[in-house]
Design a protein around this ligand. Structure first.
Ligand SMILES: *Cc1c(COP(=O)(O)O)cnc(C)c1O
Length: 492
């Protein structure tokens, strides 16, 4: 045990090059530096530190002693007279241990107003989905086992029926995400063949997912037609030759081309495909199962519409407007889906069982649209009434103002939230924000403290005002947000 720790103050004093030219005070201080063995012993006795994993504790002790030694050598005037006391040393160790024990992936409060925020984890799962993840991951399951026959089954079976039921599709399967779905479909349908796509639809989605790059990886050959703002049916028609394998439509979900524009609708493309015996695929990106226009100013084509219009294959994400886990949903023509299943790439892109569990539960909720909107947080936030958002704002204002600090000014302002996740790019949803101003503190400083809070609160700055959009802050997070503001007041 003792041999684990080679460093003692004595040995380092003679070893260290830094020792040359040190004065008497420094020598005295170095001699006072407690030994690592000693600190380890008292740390083990300490109630809070006692349970720390051994290597982490030893590491932390070394770090603390090392820091003290460096301070003595570099700027010994900074050494506090209590610095060598057990209590001070244990406190420093505790700080290092606490930081190291904290998980890197941490719960965050989204006050950005962007509902499907890719950097903050996109969709929050419904309670039903969370319960099912817990149930399925803690036990064995029939993931790839057919209980009726006692033989091997397919993991997609769990969700195929419900996807078909909700969309009217003939067949369906699911993979890791929509990027994987697009890759897999292109590779299966159009390897070494030409895929005709409009220049206006060659999208890049944050995180460098570019349709042209994915196509290249899939082995399909991209054939761009039209111009950025206008593409006509005749452009597709002229591009068709005996190398053509697929007509592709990409939902331009993270931007809008406005002004002098023209795009070919799915219906016309399907007719063209039929005439030339070519399959038509639509990458819907966000993909929704409900018609949002009934509940809000949002308008996004539904998956069912694409299927009804006659797309042979449709793909979309599980964690965008659907409000489920990260997944790529592929549906459409049974023959094509069967071919996709046999593609060796499918194995590399397969969906994980936790995801599958969450996806099935989420999809089930859609059997009753009203229930889905209530239970699926993404839908709930997107369709929230301005009154309910204002209610949250008023409640938060009240909580914050309990601090009764004369430096603090809390305002409620009108603003706009966005759907995010590359969906509904041009729509802005009216919302209410809480604005925070603290005298003698910049908005940047407030933002930084909020971001460093536990849990972190992510807002934005506008005109030197720290803003928090109440659409994406959950009701049960209001107290934590107001406590974070209190930390700002203390920290200045
Ligand atoms: C978001 C998006 C993708 C990628 O989906 P992921 O699930 O993030 O992999 C692909 N195509 C379009 C049009 C998208 O909007």
């Amino acid at each position: 045990m003792q041999n684990d720790i080679p460093l003692t103050p004595e040995t380092t004093m003679t070893d260290s090059k830094k020792q040359t030219g040190i004065n008497e005070t420094q020598q005295l201080l170095l001699r006072k530096l407690p030994g690592i063995d000693h600190i380890l012993e008292i740390a083990k006795q300490d109630q809070e530190l006692g349970g720390t994993p051994k290597t982490l504790l030893t590491d932390s002790v070394r770090q603390v002693v090392e820091r003290l030694r460096n301070t003595i050598l570099e700027d010994h005037q900074k050494i506090h007279e209590n610095a060598f006391m057990d209590k001070a040393i244990l406190e420093n160790i505790q700080r290092i241990v606490t930081a190291a024990m904290k998980l890197n992936l941490t719960r965050t409060i989204n006050a950005t107003g962007i509902v499907v925020h890719t950097n903050l984890g996109r969709s929050l799962l419904a309670k039903e989905a969370l319960d099912q993840i817990q149930m399925i991951s803690g036990r064995y399951s029939n993931l790839e086992y057919n209980l009726a026959t006692g033989k091997r089954g397919l993991r997609y079976t769990a969700v195929e029926d419900i996807i078909c039921e909700l969309t009217g599709a003939e067949a369906a399967m699911v993979v890791n995400n929509n990027a994987a779905a697009v890759l897999l479909c292109l590779d299966t349908i159009a390897r070494h063949r030409e895929v005709i796509v409009s220049r206006g639809e060659l999208v890049e989605i944050g995180g460098s997912f570019r349709i042209p790059d994915v196509m290249e990886k899939s082995g399909a050959i991209l054939k761009e037609v039209g111009t950025t703002n206008r593409t006509h049916l005749i452009d597709y028609k002229r591009a068709i030759n005996d190398q053509t394998g697929l007509l592709l439509k990409v939902h331009t979900s993270n931007y809008g081309i406005v002004g002098f524009t023209s795009a070919v609708g799915l219906k016309e493309l399907v007719e063209l495909g039929d005439a030339h015996h070519l399959p038509v695929m639509e990458d819907l990106g966000s993909g929704t199962l409900i018609d949002f226009s009934k509940y809000s100013p949002l308008r996004e084509p539904t998956v069912k519409e694409s299927v009804n219009t006659g797309a042979d294959i449709v793909t979309f994400s599980g964690d965008k407007l659907l409000g489920g886990p990260q997944a790529g949903i592929i549906l459409g023509n049974r023959n094509i889906i069967d071919k996709i299943r046999q593609n060796p790439l499918t194995r590399a892109l397969r969906i994980d069982k936790l995801t599958l569990a969450a996806l099935e539960s989420t999809l089930r909720l859609y059997r009753d649209e009203e229930k889905a909107i209530n239970a699926i947080p993404t839908l709930n936030m997107l369709t929230a009434s301005i009154d309910s958002i204002e209610k949250k704002a008023l409640k938060l204002k009240e909580l914050i103002e309990q601090s009764d600090n004369e430096r603090l000014a809390v305002t409620i302002t009108d603003s706009a939230s966005r759907a995010g996740g590359g969906s509904l790019p041009l729509f802005e949803l009216a919302t209410k924000c809480i604005g925070i101003r603290i005298r003698k503190m910049s908005a940047g400083a407030i933002e930084k403290i909020m971001r460093g809070n536990d849990p972190p609160v992510i807002g934005r700055i506008e005109d030197d005002l720290f803003l928090m959009d109440m659409r994406t802050v959950q009701t049960d997070e209001l107290t934590e947000v107001s406590n974070a503001i209190r930390t700002c007041l203390k920290g200045s």
